[in-house]
Design a binder for this molecule. Sequence first.
Ligand SMILES: C[S@@+](CC[C@H](N)C(=O)[O-])C[C@H]1O[C@@H](n2cnc3c(N)ncnc32)[C@H](O)[C@@H]1O
Length: 266
Amino acid sequence: MGDSEVSENIIKPRDLILIYLDVKRQFLIQATANLKLSSDLGNMDLGDIIGKPFGYVGETHLGNEFYCLKPSSADLMFKVKRKTTIVYPKDLGYLLLETAVGPGSRVIDIGTGSGALTLVLAKFVAPDGMVFSYERREEFIDNAKKNVERAGYIKNVKFYCRDVPQEEFSEKEVDAIFVDVPEPWGIVPKASAALKGGYHLVSWSPNVEQVKRTVEALKVHNFTRIKVSEIVEREILVRQQGVRPRERGITHTAYLVKAQKVNTKH
Ligand SMILES: C[S@@+](CC[C@H](N)C(=O)[O-])C[C@H]1O[C@@H](n2cnc3c(N)ncnc32)[C@H](O)[C@@H]1O
């Protein structure tokens, strides 16, 4: 594509669209013919949405405007059908940049849960990379598969129904390992064996006690440059009557651990 060309911004069949009326009324939908949506601000006839550009402004039957927006990666995560808690964009944004993951990477993700992390990893490793996602509960995999499929990245994910400390990873020499299970320290020995020397393991835990055990396990299993952080996000309300932080919102999500593997000395 030349400098003067721009990529096509037209809504195509199966594209995901964020239909936005206001902060309380936002819907992630897939473009299909004959699509209709209802809200207390009116019904939206989306039957002719295919072929319109993103950014299109429509009107409900009650005369309220709605906007057809491009969903962000965070939207894709928040709108998954949840069977478990999910990782939060503020935490994943930071941890992703603390790894070397990019297009073509091969990464392991444990546990799959609702697949919120899985689908963003798949988006970042696409078009040629792979996410190997491990989960011990079959019913969670079924739901996560649907979430990843809807986001459009199913060909970049291979799911395994396995209890990880008990069973091996099928992959060796992966580019990163993402751990989101209640007992990350149990995963560390097998993770160390599956990860490329010099590359990254990252892990989420809500409690400090979990982090302490994980860091101890990382030290024993050839990891260095271990760092634990917490990301605090505060939304700021910008209003005529005064600008200040919102009083409510997500406070604590997880402590974040990152580490890099070194090879054993010969
Ligand atoms: C908090 S959820 C993961 C959420 C996921 N990262 C997301 O963003 O949707 C933790 C998941 O790990 C799974 N799990 C826990 N221990 C496991 C193990 N030893 N092996 C495989 N999966 C495990 C649980 O069944 C659960 O689905």
